[in-house]
Structures are given as structure tokens and as C-alpha cells.
Write a protein that binds this ligand. Structure first.
Ligand SMILES: Nc1ncnc2c1ncn2[C@@H]1O[C@H](COP(=O)(O)OP(=O)(O)O)[C@@H](O)[C@H]1O
Ligand SMILES: N[C@@H](CCOP(=O)(O)O)C(=O)O
Length: 309
């Protein structure tokens, strides 16, 4: 038997659409990720439990965990019989890498359970493929940080898929899921097919400055250039409260604020716990729309997916 935990992630982190992502953990040590348990079995079975299991497709073959098993068997050219339990702790369509948590936990679990028949790079490529079945296009900015931890820069050039970049350990990442769902594919379809030269130059300047500032520990500069000119202007149509709460959170003292992944979750960054607590309170008062929503003060999870049983 093996049990795997795969953490939530913030795709894009404002400045790196599809090419930057961060794994996170709540400082209150609550669970913010999916768990997968795998045991030997005479035939494949999948059982779903957990707070958000009711949001999963009723047809087992529509569950991304089933597809992970299918693709993994094809990859190793063996039909393996296992029983899998998915503990769905992540809300679906949340913008916190919910599908990535299930994909990474399942593929890491299967690979460990069968004594590593495929290597890390092949596993990552498989993760990207499974994610694309859900979002319509391959993007590694959830699966890479979820799997490997930290803030991951997606390179995706021949054998180089992703590499970790330095981050500020003093930063608090306050995340909030309002309690409603936005489908990643729907959110991606909102984006324009083309951008102006000015936008391209501004975006290149922001991302290059962010990577440079991260490597030279100029963290105020890093926060200052964490701007989203690619997705935020088009996605906030699905998030009517976004601009209002963004202004209020920046006024409290956030260093940066943006959409987590494809939304509706949001994130704010600050380097002071007292400001983080004020931000958490304000978001709770003005952005959470029902009892399912939540706000959590987090830090970067530098490990990523881990074996917990
Ligand atoms: N195990 C799973 N976890 C999350 N989503 C799943 C899973 N299996 C299938 N899905 C489907 O994937 C879609 C949600 O993916 P997505 O919109 O990317 O959510 P998120 O932004 O939280 O990753 C839904 O249509 C959901 O039914
Ligand atoms: N780069 C992707 C990230 C999607 O993150 P998710 O948590 O919403 O699945 C995008 O912005 O579409």
C-alpha cells in the first residue's frame, strides 16, 4: 500500500502565464491538496472520498484518476490491477490546481507502487498530457510545482521541461477560493489569440525582471513586476468582485495581488504576518460568497508531492 499527498498550486503567479507556478501549504498545517492511496487488487477499482468528492464526475471513466491509470498502463505496456482511493480535498474548477493534484498524486503513486518503471521527465510529460485532457492544452504550471515543489519556471525545450527558481522565504501567500467554480478550459477560451507589440514587450520586461530579481534577491522589485497583462484583463469578466477586492487588499499593504490560475481563486503576497492576517480578514468579509469558500495564509511548499503512508 502507498499513500501520496499532492499540494495545491498557484498557476501563472500573475507574471508568468502558463510558465510559472508555485506549490503552497497553509501555515495552519491544514490539508490543501489531494491524497491518493494505492493497493494491490484483482481488478481496477476507484473509490472517491473527501469534502469535494461529490463534485467529481459520476462516470468513473470521466475521472482524471482513471485516465491517469489508463495512460500509465499504456506507457509501461502492462495492464496493472490496483485499487485506488482518491481523497478529493480540493474544490474543482477552483484555480488552485485541483485537477493537477489528482493527476500528480495518481501518477507519482503508480510509479512508486511499481518501483519506478518511468523516469521523472517521462512522468512530467505524462502529467502535462493528462492535464491537457482537461484544460484543452498542455500547460505544466500546476503539475510541475505540485510534483516538484517551489516556484517552477517552465522551460519546455527538448529534455529541459521545468526548473526551480529562488523565492523569498519571508513572503506569505494568502489564497482564497470564493466558493464558486470556473472551468479552466472556459477561462482559457476567453483569452485573445493575438496581443499587441506593446503588451508583448511589457510582458517580456515583467517576466525577465521577475526572474532576475528572484535570482538577485531583490524581492521588492520581484513583487513590483508581478503584473498580469496576459490573462487578468480578460478573465475578470468572470470575477465581478475582483477589481474591488484587489484595490482594498493593496491598500492594506499587499505587495502583489492576482488571479490564482484560471480563477476564481485569488492570491495576495506580503512579508508581514500582521498584514497577512488583516488581508485574510478583509477577503473573508468581502470575497467569500458561501460557506464552502475559504481563505488560507500559506507559504511556498518547497518539497511538493510526498509519500505519507
Ligand atoms: N480527480 C479530478 N479532480 C479535479 N477535476 C477532475 C477530476 N476528474 C475529472 N475532473 C474534471 O476536470 C474539470 C476541472 O478541472 P479544472 O477546471 O482545471 O479545475 P482546476 O482549475 O481546479 O484544476 C472538471 O470538469 C472535472 O469534472
Ligand atoms: N496557466 C493556466 C493555469 C490553470 O490553473 P488552474 O488551477 O485554474 O487549473 C491558466 O491560467 O489557464
Amino acid at each position: 500500500m502507498i499513500k501520496i499527498y499532492a499540494p495545491a498550486s498557484i498557476g501563472n503567479i500573475n507574471v508568468g502565464f502558463d510558465i510559472l507556478g508555485a506549490a503552497i501549504y497553509p501555515i495552519d498545517k491544514s490539508l490543501l491538496g489531494d491524497c491518493i492511496t494505492i493497493k494491490k487488487s484483482k481488478q481496477f477499482t476507484l473509490k472517491t472520498i473527501g469534502q469535494f468528492s461529490h463534485e467529481l464526475p459520476t462516470d468513473i471513466t470521466e475521472n482524471i484518476v482513471w485516465k491517469c491509470w489508463l495512460y500509465f498502463c499504456k506507457k509501461i505496456k502492462k495492464d496493472i490491477s490496483v485499487s485506488i482511493i482518491l481523497e478529493k480535498n480540493m474544490p474543482i474548477g477552483s484555480g488552485l490546481g485541483s485537477s493537477a493534484c489528482s493527476v500528480v498524486a495518481t501518477l507519482v503513486g503508480l510509479n512508486n507502487f511499481l518501483n519506478h518503471p518511468i523516469n521523472d521527465n517521462e512522468l512530467l510529460i505524462l502529467m502535462g498530457k493528462l492535464e491537457s485532457l482537461i484544460s484543452g492544452t498542455i500547460h505544466y504550471d500546476n503539475v510541475a510545482p505540485c510534483y516538484l515543489g517551489g516556484i517552477q519556471l517552465i522551460i519546455n525545450e527538448k529534455k529541459y521541461i521545468t526548473q526551480k527558481i529562488p523565492h523569498c522565504n519571508d513572503w506569505f501567500w494568502i489564497i482564497a477560493w470564493p466558493g464558486i467554480n470556473i472551468n479552466t478550459m472556459e477561462s482559457r477560451n476567453l483569452l485573445p489569440k493575438k496581443y499587441t507589440k506593446k503588451i508583448c514587450i511589457d510582458h517580456s520586461r515583467h517576466i525577465a525582471s521577475f526572474i532576475h530579481a528572484s535570482h538577485t534577491m531583490q524581492y521588492d522589485l520581484a513583487a513590483q513586476v508581478m503584473k498580469d497583462v496576459i490573462a487578468e484583463p480578460y478573465r475578470t469578466i468572470l470575477m465581478p468582485q475582483f477589481n474591488n477586492i484587489k484595490q482594498k487588499i493593496m491598500n492594506i499593504g499587499a505587495m502583489s495581488f492576482g488571479i490564482s490560475g484560471s480563477g476564481p481563486s485569488i492570491f495576495a503576497i506580503c512579508d508581514n504576518i500582521n498584514i497577512a492576517i488583516k488581508i485574510e480578514k478583509k477577503i473573508n468579509e468581502e470575497y467569500i460568497v458561501n460557506k464552502n469558500g475559504f481563505v488560507k495564509i500559506c507559504k511556498i511548499d518547497n518539497i511538493g508531492t510526498k509519500i505519507i503512508g
